[in-house]
Design a protein around this ligand. Sequence first.
Ligand code: ACM
Length: 273
Amino acid sequence: MSGFRIALMQTRPVLGELEVNLSLMRELAAPHAADLFVYPELATTGYALTDFANARAQAEEPAGGSGLEFLQELAEEKSAAVIAGLPLHERGALFNASALLRPGMAPVFYRKLHLFYREKDLFTPGDRPPEVWEWRGLKLGMMICYDWVYPETARIMAHDGADLIVHPANLVLSHCQRAMVTRSLENGVFTATVNRIGEERYPGEDPLVFTGGSQVTTPRGELTVSLPVAETAVRVVEIDPAQARGKSLTTRNHLFADRRADIYGDPLPDRDG
Ligand code: ACM
């Protein structure tokens, strides 16, 4: 297959303003064409949610909700896949989730495994491993923001055949963008980190300053693009998924075959067995 175009949609959501945020997402996408549009973590609601009932009122249900309807429409209009972070209400709990919408297909979700700071007051940590899905010949998995600190998250998806790890984020620490180069190299995959900009504040606390700098990294450890740290921005990046399909570093080194699970004691899940 030839190039696969990823649109990095670096937004500034307004806390608690679902309709405003959906309009902003549509407006930003309007002039662009891509195979996949990616928005940040909690792009529909903003980040510093504290109250369960209030967050629940803005959350999506797996079977639908105004945010999911909007994202599905966008996918159909653009004839593209769309990924966005959103709160997901399911089984009486709230998950910090990302949704993948594809034209003519039901939405699928990833529920954030590693919750950051006060997310722990509101959200339930994800209770299932990240999965790999297919779109236009490309295999992709999703993780969310602070999941970057746990290399196992990306490793599982790469082992399951992901070419691209899509990473909606609301980053407030300064290390992630550099660390994602390593996630790419050690797994032989592309990563697309899509971060937000702006500030939000939990009541009585110092502001959280989101660091922008959305980017795509390649299986060879290159940084193809880095968006501004404090501006809303869109960039379409074309990747060649074939670059993620060979996992050999030298004629004697294979990224996965050389693993020493016998020493680590952490065999990766066997999906076939
Ligand atoms: C984060 O996980 N939103 C820092």
